[in-house]
Write a protein that binds this ligand. Structure first.
Ligand code: F3S
Length: 384
């Protein structure tokens, strides 16, 4: 591949993989069985990124199952969400370039919910931070947090360099957190992720005291720990599958810590005109719940509601009638995109969401004010 026998794009991709291997002192390359590429929104990529992709698409073809992170818009219903036409054209060009390379163009940060699901111990190359954290921690697969170009390079070569979270020694827990707070909803798990993420200084957490958690709660925790702590892996006693020595250093997370994290994410003067659920992308179970809450109700004037999800999940919601319930209420079931990567800056003043990660990006990228609440409270706010 390095010699160019497999084409220009593969040669360039292998150069990236071997350079990373040299930088991180990897002993060898290993095969990967699944790739997830981030940096899909034209909002983030810009013209230079698009040109790079178009060049790689000239003769590059993926060698393993490869899916995409959210794009900047719903690929079919973008118009009714107020996405400008020129942005839509460029976004389509990005997705087409990926499609030419054989990428499955489902644009989602929860690939594990829609068929890109590795198993325990499998080496993969994913880029979206919440999905990386989910794959390593909850599934027990092995991936570093790839950048857009390195994930694409792994897809085109079917290889990655063996370093970081591919190696046992970097996956061990380093600090123990005893949770003494009530965790009832996805927002609570997001807040827990913020508390631990803020404190842990990149040391791998071993969390004790969570008796049970749903997939939706775990994806919220993963998104938050990755956002606030920059972590790609953690352990929960009795829940996550990886083996690790138990660290001695111990800290406690109390109800007060959680409330303080909520206070930090709540802007008291927030004027809520945007409600978004589905960060990370909503599962069909979450969509059913939202549809039940919205049935027979109407979104209040001046408010916009996005439920963001993967396209196959949206298709299922359409088939089962949940899409109609949500849209008849005046909310939007948006696939392929999310409130952080869509070009929304300046369109809204305040976001209410159940996601601690969404608060982070809404503030940082879009300059929205934020409030974090349960899904039920979000829908109440949307309809009142
Ligand atoms: Fe996914 Fe966007 Fe949230 S990529 S994790 S929905 S910020």
């Amino acid at each position: 591949m390095l010699d160019g026998k497999h084409g220009k794009a593969t040669q360039k991709a292998m150069e990236i993989i071997t350079t990373l291997g040299e930088i991180y002192g990897a002993e060898k390359l290993i095969p990967v069985s699944s790739v997830q590429i981030a940096g899909v929104s034209y909002h983030n990529l810009g013209e230079a990124g698009l040109e790079y992709l178009a060049e790689m698409a000239e003769d590059g073809r993926v060698r393993v199952l490869t899916t995409l992170n959210p794009a900047g818009m719903d690929l079919t219903e973008w118009k009714k969400h107020g996405i400008p036409e020129d942005f839509a054209k460029n976004q389509q060009r990005v997705v087409e370039a990926f499609a030419r390379m054989g990428v499955i163009t489902t644009c989602t940060c929860t690939p594990y919910l829609i068929g890109n699901l590795p198993h325990y111990g499998e080496h993969i190359a994913w880029a979206e931070s919440s999905a990386v954290c989910f794959a390593n921690s909850i599934i027990g697969a092995r991936t570093n947090r790839e950048g857009g170009p390195s994930a694409l390079a792994a897809a085109l070569t079917g290889r990655t360099a063996e370093y970081g979270l591919h190696l046992d020694e970097n996956r061990n827990a380093q600090v123990r957190y005893i949770v003494e707070a009530d965790l009832e909803n996805t927002d609570d798990f997001g807040l827990l992720g913020k508390v631990i993420g803020d404190r842990t200084k990149k040391r791998v957490p071993y969390i004790v005291g969570i008796e049970s958690a749903t997939t939706e709660e775990l994806k919220s925790l993963c998104a938050s720990i990755a956002t606030y702590g920059g972590l790609g892996i953690f352990h929960i006693e009795g829940i996550t599958p990886n083996r690790t020595p138990i660290p001695e250093e111990t800290e406690t997370v109390t109800q007060e810590d959680l409330e303080q994290a909520r206070d930090e994410l709540d802007d008291r003067d927030a004027e809520i005109d945007f409600i978004s659920i589905g960060c990370p992308h909503a599962s069909i179970k979450e969509i059913v719940r939202v549809a039940e809450l919205l049935k027979g109700k109407k979104i209040a004037e001046g408010k916009t509601v996005w439920i963001t999800t993967a396209r196959p999940t949206k298709d299922l919601a359409i088939k089962m009638g949940y899409y109609d319930i949500i849209e008849q209420a005046g909310a939007f079931l948006v696939s392929d995109a999310c409130c952080a990567v869509a070009p929304l800056k300046g369109r809204f003043k305040g976001l209410m969401t159940d996601s601690a990660k969404a608060c982070f990006y809404a503030r940082g990228k879009n300059k929205f004010r934020t409030e974090i609440r349960t899904v039920e409270e979000c829908i109440r706010e949307a309809t009142s």
